[in-house]
Design a protein around this ligand. Sequence first.
Ligand code: G1P
Length: 187
Amino acid sequence: SIIDSCVFTYIRQRKMLGLGDAILTGEPLIGNEPFAVILADDLCSTVGESVLSQMIEIYNKYQCSIIAIEEVPRDQVNKYGIISGELIDNSNDIYRVSNMVEKPDIVDAKSNLAIIGRYILTPDIFEILRKIKPGNGNEIQITDALLDQAKKGNVIAYKFKGKRFDCGGIKGYLEAINYFAKLLGIK
Ligand code: G1P
């Protein structure tokens, strides 16, 4: 049903200048409306609503950028964007983000709340992405652009309901294959 109801198109990022630059490359397709970003190497499985559907509900309430987070082991914080902020809705695991750092050193990380590859972004992010300087890894980081919005109170982080596999590494990729094989009853 999705294939029948959608138009698919693509833009190629010509140089690997970072996730922020990749998102900026998509601006001509998006224009002036909120949009979702899915990083395909973060594979998510949920029992009920998909992670993005959960996030759209939160967007409808807060009308600002929404990022999905999960707690990761302390020794892995240097692989992720790490947020800190105020828990504003305890029962729904929703935080108002006050700070975020891309791949901090383990000793410097203010929390173990890691950004995973699901974002709903408001279109003012493009203007910010155009202005920011390269950050971690000398790349244009979406985390740095989001910090600009967060300083104005415009970023909400949400501990999503579901399971995530980091398919950017062999271990997570194999775990995902095994998990879905079991789920589908493949022996
Ligand atoms: C990207 C983001 C990072 C986020 C991660 C989630 O990093 O820059 O903030 O935590 O995705 O998978 P990458 O994995 O592309 O290095």
